[in-house]
Unconditional design. Structure first.
Length: 477
């Protein structure tokens, strides 16, 4: 899997992603402590509002940026987003009121909503081979999981030496390092959506198993129309609708872990504060293990074979969690919770890691930035739905009710994904030429055909007709 790091451009981009995520992890810890300093016992509501602002920025900003991104070189766009994030992190240690936190968080997450989809759309161009791209997706998943596990440990070590506000300076260093690494490479140019539309002006409405889809290219003039065109493009493809349903299943399991881990550990099981990061570590560990094993698995099995069962597994694991929650007591509940958290992390990784492969195979290269931005926004709409179910329903109706509701949501999502994928047309069939043993995928478009001239019945057949069609089949005798 590490062989893809031999590609210098991808290696620099991957390291940029890792250091930026490490900085984000430090900021997450520092932000919680800052909220407690500013709001005391109401720190939870401050963080909850900040999380809602994050989701709103992700949902609203990413499509708008995608509508304008074709006018800006991708390297310049990525560097600008990193510098904006570094500027916000530089200002956070000096805030003195809650509203300032909200404002800076919005700017920070708007910059992240610019950076992440643009970064994701670059990788398929840097690593065009399917095998390499699959391994890059696994490495990306590992980077996110490492941030979840390593950043809290790093923050704890730093807090033993300095105050929490210094953690924001670590965040600044991470974003600046990311910008420097992006500047150090030359990124492939992006095909203008308008050019892609012109190139496909005579194309049929192809099945969504190939690289060309039935939706129009996002090359429209209006910025407002362009910001929505990516979402329309995403929703017009059956397999991408299935991917969205799968993302909802992931959100159902992940929201329960993120929102209620501390409640399960401290209130339900009565364990110490130190067991909270251990439970979160089990979730990240399950995800990392799958990310390490998945590339070889995907060399032998289709994405669908991996992703759909994982969605049903999320529903089953949440149903098992409901049993653990309603149990009266027993020491067995703690290892059961760790196992369920690891299972939810593994199931989520089985869905999220191949998602980029699925998207790349269903969308033309020119529309990848808009498609990744649309997925970024629509995925966070799923989290906006799952977070209240996990938090508010758990607080008002109890954890068993919240767990059952999320299990039902995951089950319905898995069913919708199965139905959408079943209606998707088959992928383009490769045509194999025996003499060269090479594989080419026939494009889905109308060939310009010359009218066939009908000859009288007494005209000689055979060679005359072969000569007439010689331009269409050079291999004919």
């Amino acid at each position: 899997m590490l062989a893809v790091l031999r590609n210098r451009t991808y290696r620099h981009l991957f390291v940029a992603q890792v250091v930026a995520l490490a900085g984000t992890g430090l900021a997450t810890v520092a932000l919680g402590l800052l909220a407690y300093d500013l709001a005391g016992a109401d720190a939870g509501s401050v963080l909850g509002t900040a999380l809602a602002i994050k989701m709103v920025a992700y949902v609203g900003i990413a499509p708008l940026v995608a509508a304008l991104a074709h006018r800006i070189p991708r390297r310049r766009l990525l560097v600008a987003a990193d510098l904006a994030r570094a500027g916000v992190a530089l200002a956070l240690p000096f805030v003195g009121s809650v509203w300032q936190v909200y404002l800076l968080i919005f700017v920070l997450q708007a910059a992240s909503a610019t950076f992440t989809p643009a970064f994701q759309s670059v990788i398929p161009d840097v690593l065009p081979a399917e095998r390499d791209y699959t391994r890059a997706l696994s490495l990306s998943r590992l980077a996110y999981d490492t941030e979840t596990l390593v950043s809290p440990v790093l923050a704890a070590a730093l807090l033993a030496l300095v105050g929490y506000r210094w953690l924001f300076w670590g965040t600044v260093v991470g974003f600046l390092a990311s910008a420097v690494l992006v500047v150090s490479v030359v990124l492939p140019g992006v095909v203008l959506p308008g050019a892609a539309r012109a190139a496909r002006s005579n194309s049929d409405t192809a099945d969504d198993g190939g690289r060309s889809v039935g939706a129009r290219s996002v090359g429209v003039r209006s910025v407002g129309a362009r910001s929505l065109a990516g979402i329309r493009l995403f929703l017009s493809v059956s397999r991408l609708r299935a991917l969205l349903a799968l993302d909802l299943a992931v959100a159902a399991g992940g929201a329960m872990v993120i929102v209620n881990t501390v409640v399960y550990v401290r209130e339900e099981l009565g364990r110490s504060t130190g067991d909270v990061p251990l439970a979160l570590g089990a979730y990240g560990g399950g995800s990392m293990l799958v990310a390490l094993l998945l590339p070889r698995m995907l060399d032998r099995v289709a994405d669908r074979t991996v992703m759909l069962p994982a969605a049903f597994a999320v529903a089953g694991l949440l149903a098992a969690l409901a049993v653990v929650t309603t149990a009266g007591g027993g020491a067995w509940r703690w290892p059961s919770l760790l196992a369920l958290w690891a299972g939810l992390g593994a199931a989520g990784s089985l869905i999220l890691t191949p998602g980029g492969r699925l998207l790349r195979s269903a969308v033309p290269s020119a529309d990848l930035p808009a498609a990744f931005a649309a997925q970024f926004s629509l995925t966070h709409v799923c989290w906006l739905l799952a977070y209240p179910l996990a938090g508010w329903l758990g607080a008002t109706a109890g954890l068993p009710a919240a767990t059952v509701a999320l299990a039902v949501l995951a089950l319905v999502s898995a069913g919708l994904a199965t139905r959408a994928w079943r209606t998707a047309a088959p992928a383009a069939t490769p045509a194999i030429r025996p003499e060269s043993a090479t594989v080419t995928v026939r494009p889905h478009h109308r060939q310009a055909r010359r009218p066939v001239q009908r000859r009288p019945l007494h005209a000689p057949s055979g060679r005359a007709l072969v000569r007439h069609h010689h331009h269409r089949d050079p291999a004919a005798p």
